[in-house]
Design a protein around this ligand. Structure first.
Ligand code: NAD
Length: 294
């Protein structure tokens, strides 16, 4: 009998990921989102619609959540008509959202009281990778459960990494996004400074790519998109800002100084205030340019 899978959160990432679960796996899929149109789209691809997160869980052996932030996952799992109230003993919850690891652990404890198990499995890379099923998946939780879940995770990702106990996937993902957020803001300031001082952008890129300043964005994102004023996401400023704050919060809890990350976070905050919330996070360069009068 095909395994029954539930998917909650059919946004920029969840929509293509859930389509891949249908296309690549032999699963019966039940879906739910607060946004009816997103559900209708998945139904047209062969999914069954549910009217609540609880109904998804009642009909699933594996429930996947792909939601914006910690309060959204808490609401969808622990809230009224949430996943927890519908979970059948023996079922598995896989939360693929990027959230606070403390919330992950709180939800995992609640899931265990129902005789169920949980993995955190946030994803790296972009919406394009979500579409072609080549996401990087960073999982936390019991290693045997991770092995058991590989077939479903492989529908969505090409690189699956077990990071440690529950919450570890989130920790690795937050560390990764903190570093890439810092790199994006550092690129924005360095390139703007060089250009304002009169050096050609191509010359700057040629040199920076061949020194210790080299980073992936100098090869791909900037020349192809950001420097041409194309700020279509990609990875939205609002999500980058959220992830920087997750890192700052974790640093605060653990007494780790994150002064560079704090400064980068403020640049993303400025970008939000200037209307870039839904633009790609490389749009911070336009904030620096504007301040520099370019
Ligand atoms: P999104 O805002 O595009 O989609 C979220 C979806 O969740 C929306 O359709 C919304 O209606 C739905 N939703 C919110 N609360 C709900 C609830 N209680 N019940 C049911 N549905 C609910 O977000 P996204 O870009 O798909 O990102 C999802 C997660 O993946 C985030 O944690 C994000 O940080 C992470 N992520 C995003 C990217 C990216 O490039 N977009 C890349 C890697 C990781």
């Amino acid at each position: 009998m095909p395994k029954k899978v539930g998917f909650i959160g059919l946004g920029a990432m969840g929509r293509p990921m859930s389509k891949n679960v249908i296309a690549k796996g032999k699963y019966e899929l039940t879906v739910y989102d607060l946004f009816d149109k997103a559900v209708e789209e998945l139904v047209s691809h062969g999914a069954r619609a549910a009217t609540s997160a609880a109904e998804v869980a009642e009909n699933s052996d594996i429930v996947i959540t792909m939601l914006p932030n910690s309060p959204d996952v808490e609401a969808a799992v622990l809230g009224p008509s949430g996943v927890l109230s519908g979970l059948r003993p023996g079922s598995v919850l896989i939360d693929m959202s990027t959230i606070d690891p403390a919330t992950t652990r709180k939800i995992a404890d609640a899931v265990h009281t129902k005789g169920c198990r949980m993995l955190d499995a946030p994803v790296g890379r972009s919406t394009a990778n979500a579409e072609d099923g080549t996401l990087l998946i960073m999982a936390g939780g019991d290693e045997d459960l991770f092995e058991e879940c590989k077939p479903i995770l492989s529908c969505m990702g090409s690189d699956l990494v077990h990071c440690g106990p529950i919450g570890s996937g989130e920790i690795v993902k937050i560390v990764n996004n903190m570093l890439t957020g810092i790199i994006v803001t550092a690129n924005a300031e360095a390139l703007t400074l060089g250009v304002k001082a009169g050096v050609k952008l191509e010359t700057l890129l040629q040199v920076l790519r061949s020194t210790a300043a080299n980073n992936g964005h100098l090869h791909a994102t900037y020349p192809v998109k950001a420097l041409k004023g194309d700020f279509s996401p990609g990875f939205a400023v609002r999500l980058a800002y959220k992830d920087m704050n997750l890192a700052l919060s974790l640093g605060g809890q653990l007494n780790v100084p994150l002064s560079v990350a704090a400064s980068s976070t403020q640049l993303f905050n400025m970008a939000r205030g200037l209307g870039h919330d839904n633009h790609d996070y490389t749009s911070v360069i336009s904030v620096v340019e504007e301040c520099a009068g370019i």
